[in-house]
Design a protein around this ligand. Structure first.
Ligand code: ZN
Length: 294
C-alpha cells in the first residue's frame, strides 16, 4: 500500500506474463530504440530469454477519506474468449477477489468502479457468473466510463460490427450493468469527489479516459492504456496494435507526458511490470521513466 496525501493506493494483481515482443506489440518502433534503451528494461519489463514485454494486468484501488474507488477491473474469472489470440485470457481462475478483500474492502463496500475504457482487460470484474448469469460484482458501486466510450461500444453492438478481440465483452461485462441502471457515461472533467477527476485521453479508444488524483492532478495519474510498455515514455510516437486511432493515441500520450513531466505526479499505468508505477522526467530529447523505488 502506498500513502499519497489523504489517499491510500493499493495494487490488486490479476495476472502478469511475457506477452509479446516489441515488434509484435508496437510494430512501428525501430529495433535501434530497443537496443538504445535495453539497459533500463529489467526482467520485470522484458523477459530476457524470449524478448517479450511482460504485461501486468492489475487494478488500482484508491481509498479516499470518503470512498473506495476501483480503477479498471482486469479480465475476470471464467470469461470465455474463443478467439485464439485471447486464449491466454480465457477461463481464468485467479485469486483476484481474495487479493481485493485483502486490501480492505468487501465487494459491497466499493463505491465507484471506473473503467478507463471498455476493452476486455479493463472491465472483466465488472461482473461475475453467479446463479447462471453475469451479475454485477460490486452491487453498491456506481460504474463509470466516458459517455463516448459507452456510445462507441453500444453502437458497435447494435450494428453487429465485428468486434475482434473485444467480441462478447459488451454482453458479459457491460450489458448486465446497463440493465440494472448501474453504469453511467460521464463527461470530460467529471469529479467523483473533490480531488478525483476524470479526464478524456482519447485515441486508444474513442472514450479512453484517465483519472487524476489531487489538486490539478498533482498526486497521481491513473493512465489506463495511454501507455502499454515503458519504451513508449521514451518514444511516445509509437503505437500499439490495440489502438483504435494511433495518431490520436500518440498525440494524447505526448501531451499527457508533457503535462506531468518533472512534477510530483506519480504515473500509475495499467500494464507496466514491477514496480508498476513511477514518475516521468524530461530529458534533452524527450522523456524518461523513473520507476518507484522497490
Ligand atoms: Zn489494457
Amino acid at each position: 500500500m502506498l500513502k499519497l496525501g489523504p489517499y491510500e493506493i493499493h495494487r490488486i494483481e490479476e495476472v502478469a506474463f511475457p506477452y509479446a515482443g516489441y515488434p509484435a506489440l508496437i510494430p512501428d518502433m525501430p529495433a535501434e530504440l530497443l537496443e538504445e534503451h535495453r539497459n533500463i528494461l529489467t526482467p520485470h519489463q522484458l523477459q530476457p530469454e524470449t524478448e517479450r514485454i511482460v504485461l501486468s494486468f492489475h487494478s488500482w484501488l484508491i481509498r479516499t477519506p470518503r470512498h473506495w474507488i476501483l480503477v479498471d477491473t482486469c479480465i475476470g474469472n471464467h470469461k470465455i474468449y474463443e478467439r485464439k489470440e485471447l486464449a491466454a485470457f480465457s477461463q481464468l481462475d485467479t485469486a483476484y477477489m481474495a487479493r481485493l478483500r485483502g486490501a480492505g474492502p468487501r465487494p459491497e463496500d466499493i463505491d465507484y468502479v471506473f473503467c478507463t475504457h471498455l476493452h476486455f482487460d479493463h472491465c472483466g470484474w465488472n461482473t461475475s457468473f453467479v446463479d447462471g448469469r453475469w451479475q454485477p460484482t460490486f452491487p453498491n458501486a456506481r460504474y463509470l466510463c466516458h459517455r463516448k466510450e459507452l456510445e462507441h461500444w453500444t453502437g458497435m453492438q447494435e450494428s453487429n460490427y465485428e468486434m475482434g478481440p473485444n467480441s462478447g465483452v459488451f454482453e458479459t461485462n457491460v450489458e448486465p450493468l446497463i440493465d440494472r441502471g448501474l453504469l453511467e457515461g460521464v463527461e470530460d472533467g467529471y469529479e467523483i469527489e473533490d480531488g478525483v477527476r476524470l479526464r478524456l485521453a482519447a485515441g486508444h479508444t474513442p472514450g479512453h479516459t484517465v483519472l487524476e488524483l489531487g489538486k490539478d492532478g498533482s498526486l497521481g495519474l491513473f493512465s489506463g492504456d495511454l501507455l502499454h510498455a515503458v519504451l513508449q515514455v521514451y518514444a511516445p510516437q509509437h503505437v500499439t496494435v490495440f489502438c483504435n486511432d494511433g495518431k490520436a493515441a500518440a498525440a494524447t500520450r505526448q501531451k499527457t507526458l508533457e503535462r506531468i513531466a518533472d512534477r510530483s505526479t506519480l504515473l500509475f499505468p495499467a500494464h507496466f511490470g514491477h514496480p508498476h508505477y513511477g514518475r516521468v522526467e524530461s530529458t534533452a530529447s524527450g522523456f524518461r521513466f523513473a520507476f518507484a523505488p522497490s
